[in-house]
Ligand binder design. Structure first.
Ligand SMILES: *Cc1c(COP(=O)(O)O)cnc(C)c1O
Length: 493
């Protein structure tokens, strides 16, 4: 299988796509076609462990890797989880929650970022890359720590994380500031996630900077969901969830389900769409946004418009206006036309919006977009706990809130799987406030109290933060980012 750029450049191998992260023409790599899965495949993997399932799905895309190798890596990666990496909990006859936060950093990004170092190391070998790989990451909070944990002390790899200083939760920040490893570099930047992401893209697109880093022995890659190596592991859990339901007799063969996905950079829900394109029986993909509701507006009006205020919300990992992966959906909407993608991206750059038409929306009618206000999100946490005794984090709560909005319009009687993207303890202060109605200003007190009143255990990853030394506290001004990164690796502007 080859990978092609959304902006039309040369097709490359899977290994090359993972190694480069982004195509030289600035586009994103997508698979040349979507490999098909059928009911027999879904039945067959129902008997397998999660790593075995994942490896089988990866091998459909990465035919330049051995299946035995993929399996070994998946086993190593998913051994870092507590139990099943993607367990389903049944809430009622119509609703299931897929908990994706049992990995090392307590967010769904771990499903991909525990696996990615193996993929990247394998890709380096295949491409006979003799430079070190320099991974640049922009984070809205969770990617940063998951990438730091995944790549810490991985040979021939350096990792730089940029996070918005005011745009992440206290515990997210602490996780990153205490990250260990000789090859990890963490910076707070002034600005929001879009600024961090733009800074990273600017470096990728700056030929001079890329060349200078290359001369100093580094070739660039990305651990953001623009990298195929990030996206592919995310496809696996959608297929795995369906296989679980089929195996347990909760769905009939071919029965369509809905997935509800709390969305920011559009990577997670895009992976669900790719699973749909492969043949997974999905009726609707419910794109759940917070108050930064660019996407829900798009699915209503066909206009993608970032000329609007940026809000800081209690679901910070979704505080994003420019969703990178939307480019991959545009590519499908336009019938895989690179010209169409380039036109839309040029409009976005020059005027901050682009407009499609209703016919375009009909091509992707599976998608339903909704958004949840801050009050609705807090209410969802409180109600879900009161009714079901089940604690959700603010991102998952955006999903739950949007699911109920969807069901008020189109309840087709189908099953809904809500993707739970983070542990409630990562956002303990807001979750505590939702449940008790009071703000606890001391983060660790909020953690303890939350555990007490909900009788849920505090994850080890959270307790450890209380005593860990701060290793990274440097802040960068926007205009200094390039220069500082070059200097870090022995070069200058
Ligand atoms: C990253 C993240 C999201 C958004 O996922 P995208 O792939 O960026 O759409 C939602 N919730 C949490 C907790 C996250 O960390």
């Amino acid at each position: 299988m080859k990978f092609i750029s959304t902006r039309g450049g040369e097709a490359v191998s899977g290994a090359q796509a993972i190694l480069s992260g982004i195509a030289p023409d600035g586009g994103l790599y997508v698979p040349e076609y979507f490999p098909a899965i059928d009911s027999a495949f879904l039945r067959e993997i129902g008997n397998l462990s999660y790593p075995e399932r994942a490896a089988k799905i990866f091998s459909l895309f990465l035919d330049d890797f051995e299946i035995s190798e993929l399996e070994y890596w998946a086993e190593q990666a998913y051994a870092k989880f507590e139990g099943d990496p993607a367990p389903l909990t049944k809430i009622d006859d119509a609703t299931y929650i897929m908990e994706l936060w049992h990995g090392p950093t307590l967010a769904f990004k771990d499903l991909a970022l525990t696996m990615m170092p193996y993929l990247l190391t394998g890709a380096r070998e295949r491409c006979e890359e003799n430079k070190q790989t320099l991974i640049l990451v922009a984070t809205s909070g969770d990617t940063g720590m998951a990438a730091l944990a995944g790549f810490a002390d991985v040979a021939n790899t350096e990792i730089v994380v940029l996070y918005p200083n005011e745009g992440v939760s206290k515990l997210q920040k602490l996780q990153m500031q205490t990250a260990q490893g000789d090859n990890v570099h963490v910076f707070a930047i002034e600005g929001n996630f879009d600024d961090a992401q733009t800074a990273v893209k600017d470096i990728f697109n700056d030929k001079e900077v890329v060349e200078k880093l290359y001369e100093h022995g580094f070739s660039l890659s990305s651990a953001n969901s623009i990298n195929w190596g990030r996206l592919q592991p995310q496809i696996a859990y959608y297929i795995s969830a369906y296989a679980d339901l089929l195996y347990a007799g909760e769905v009939e063969e071919g029965e369509q389900v809905n997935f509800v996905v709390p969305t920011g950079n559009f990577g997670n829900v895009l992976a669900a769409y790719y699973a749909l394109k492969m043949g997974l029986p999905i009726a609707n993909l419910i794109v759940a946004s917070n108050k930064n509701n660019v996407l829900s507006e798009f699915f209503e009006s066909a206009e993608y418009n970032i000329n609007r205020p940026f809000y800081k919300t209690i679901s910070p990992s979704m505080d994003i206006l420019i969703s990178s992966n939307f480019e991959r959906l545009l590519f499908e909407i336009g019938g895989r036309s690179a010209e169409f993608v380039k036109e839309m991206m040029a409009d976005l750059n020059s005027q901050g919006y682009y407009c499609l038409d209703q016919a375009s929306l009909e091509k992707i009618a599976e998608f339903k977009g909704y958004y949840s206000t801050e009050e609705e999100t807090l209410d969802s946490i409180a109600n879900f706990f009161e009714i079901y005794g089940y604690l959700i984090d603010p991102h998952t709560a955006v999903g739950v809130s949007c699911l109920y909005k969807h069901m008020a319009f189109f309840d087709n009687g189908g099953k809904n799987i809500v993707v739970s993207t983070a542990s409630p303890y990562k956002f303990a202060q807001d979750v505590y406030k939702a449940i008790v109605g009071k703000w606890e200003s001391d983060t660790f007190k909020a953690v303890d109290k939350l555990s007490e009143i909900t009788a849920t255990p505090i994850p080890e990853e959270i307790s450890r933060l209380k005593h860990q030394a701060i290793l990274h506290s440097e802040e960068l001004e926007r205009q200094d980012i390039k220069k500082s990164i070059l200097e870090l690796f022995g070069s200058t502007l």
